[in-house]
Design a binder for this molecule. Structure first.
Ligand code: NAP
Length: 249
């Protein structure tokens, strides 16, 4: 490794966490900020974004707000420009923003708009943000991408009798299956680069997403994403992990 490369690796890292104003995303931001990283709080609602930034700063984190709606091209392009101006590069992207779509989601009666919304945010939003950030990630010596998925997207678990996979949800669950498949395709294309990209399952956490029904805290949910954001250079890519290890696809 060159001296120049070693030197760059010791610089403060910059991460963008999408949907970081609350829930698991906020805790991912807090956890990476506690490592001394500079944290971009990607969020679409200005007030909630600035509240989260202020809270992180009060905790000693070098946080900055990034206006971001993952479903909007112009917003995502502007977010990449903001990060380029501020940091010149991006070390880690955590694609955390996600929606379940409205319930119920029984396949035979679902409003297709609900499916479209879930896919637009949870899948196409990830592709849009990732591709906008890739030029900045390529400038990092150890780029990492973490896609926050869910075990409900695991077809293996969905087809295993007795496995805990939540309610039937034809929008949300397949959107995470789709996201997992997308993660694999990125890993294949990027296999000869320094970029490591993996999917993370936070477990069932008490957040707005599920009416705070989850049995884990958002902080516990953040741990796997933080681990995948801080992987060493010989870490895995194209995998699907939770706190306990590999999740079956
Ligand atoms: P949450 O508290 O509802 O947070 C979701 C975040 O995503 C919010 O900050 C929300 O922003 C943001 N978001 C949604 N659509 C967006 C868009 N178009 N552009 C930008 N931001 C957007 O839910 P959470 O539980 O922390 O969810 C975080 C991730 O974990 C999601 O991908 C979810 O699927 C995944 N997950 C959660 C659980 C769980 O049990 N909670 C389990 C497995 C996976 P606004 O405030 O503006 O809406």
């Amino acid at each position: 490794m060159s001296e120049h490369r070693t030197e760059r690796k010791t610089e403060r890292k910059t991460v963008l966490v999408t949907g970081a104003n609350k829930g698991i995303g906020y805790e991912i931001a807090a956890g990476l900020g506690a490592l001394g990283w500079s944290v971009g709080v990607g969020a679409r609602d200005a007030e909630r974004r600035e509240t989260a930034v202020a809270k992180l700063r009060a905790a000693g984190v070098d946080a900055f707000g990034v206006p971001l709606d993952v479903t909007d091209d112009a917003s995502v392009t502007a977010a990449a420009g903001l990060i380029e101006d501020r940091a010149g590069r991006l070390d880690v992207l955590v694609n955390n923003a996600g929606v379940t779509g409205s319930a119920p989601q029984m396949p035979t009666t679902v409003d297709v708009a609900t499916v479209r919304t879930a896919v637009e945010t949870n899948v196409i939003g990830v592709i849009r943000v990732t591709n906008a950030m890739l030029p900045l990630l390529r400038r990092s010596p150890s780029p990492r991408i973490v896609n926050v998925s869910s075990s409900v997207g695991s077809l293996t678990l969905q087809t295993t009798p007795g496995a805990e996979t939540g309610p039937i949800a034809v929008a949300y669950s397949p959107s995470k299956t789709f996201l997992n498949a997308v993660t694999v395709q990125y890993a294949k294309e990027l296999q000869d680069t320094d970029i490591l990209i993996n999917a993370a399952c936070p477990g069932y956490c008490a957040t707005d997403l599920n009416g705070f029904q989850g049995h884990r805290t958002p902080e516990q949910g953040a741990t796997v994403a933080i681990r995948l954001a801080t992987l060493p250079d010989d870490g895995p890519t194209g995998g699907f992990f939770d706190e306990d290890g590999v999740v079956p696809w």
